[in-house]
Ligand binder design. Structure first.
Ligand SMILES: [Zn+2]
Length: 238
């Protein structure tokens, strides 16, 4: 099976990265969010091959506040979130925030999950941080103490471990989907504490970025807008 079959097997719907970002703009415009009145904030992996997404978001939404850490985990916390909110345009008496939560994975030409090419490297892996975690799980040698010299990876492993049933080892793409859900809920937990929806509207856009021989795709996942305190589901990538 080639990568397209594997892609379809794991992801019910994928869109080219550029089309996905365009659709975030076109859809969110209907809910009152534009590049002029909103600030974007991005939670993606630090990996350089993930940054094409940040570039597209920048060209579409303007420079975005960067929440990124290894695997895209939301570790910026209350301080990071409040800072991003303070930087939002203050127009027509409201503030508007557009949050992107998009961890990543890869599928190579042979349909192997987690494998990709990079500049000058025939075989590499993505997401490296998640692959490392899986390797430890598979070897039964999981290190979960907080390593001062490896803070982000340690925090990521601890956080994800709490979402995986004891003794169960997910496949990489399943783990990436779990990660997406974790990042979303971690961001939402803080969002619910600090956002005043009487004064602000926000949108949450989530998905998974997939590196393939055919370029980057996005699997659109949960997406919604909260406008005047009302939550509305949004469909992306149509
Ligand atoms: Zn990564």
């Amino acid at each position: 099976m080639g990568f397209e079959d594997i892609l379809k097997r794991h992801f019910d719907k994928v869109v080219k990265e550029v089309d996905f970002v365009k659709s975030t703009y076109n859809e969110m415009k209907k809910y009152g969010f534009t590049d002029q009145n909103s600030i974007a904030a991005v939670c993606v992996c630090r990996d350089e091959i993930s940054q094409s997404l940040r570039s597209l978001i920048k060209y579409t939404w303007g420079e975005a506040f960067n929440f990124s850490s290894l695997a895209g985990m939301f570790t910026a916390g209350k301080t990071g979130l409040v800072a991003a909110m303070h930087h939002a345009p203050k127009l027509d008496g409201r503030e508007r925030y557009v949050y992107f939560v998009i961890p990543h994975t890869a599928i190579d030409g042979n349909g192997r999950a987690g494998f990709c090419k990079r500049k000058g490297i025939e075989e590499s892996s993505a997401c490296g941080a998640l692959c490392l975690f899986l390797k430890e799980l598979n070897e039964g040698k999981l290190h979960i103490s907080i390593d001062e010299e490896d803070i982000e990876e340690s925090l990521m492993k601890r956080r994800l471990l709490s979402e995986i049933p004891y003794g169960y080892i997910p496949e990489l793409i399943e783990l990436t989907k779990i990660t997406r859900g974790v990042i979303q809920s971690d961001l939402e937990r803080v969002l619910n504490k600090v956002v005043d929806t009487t004064k602000s509207d926000y949108a949450l856009i989530t998905g998974i970025q997939i590196h393939s021989p055919d370029g980057n795709y996005i699997w659109p996942s949960e997406c919604y807008a909260v406008v005047n305190g009302m939550k509305q589901e949004v469909s992306l990538g149509e």
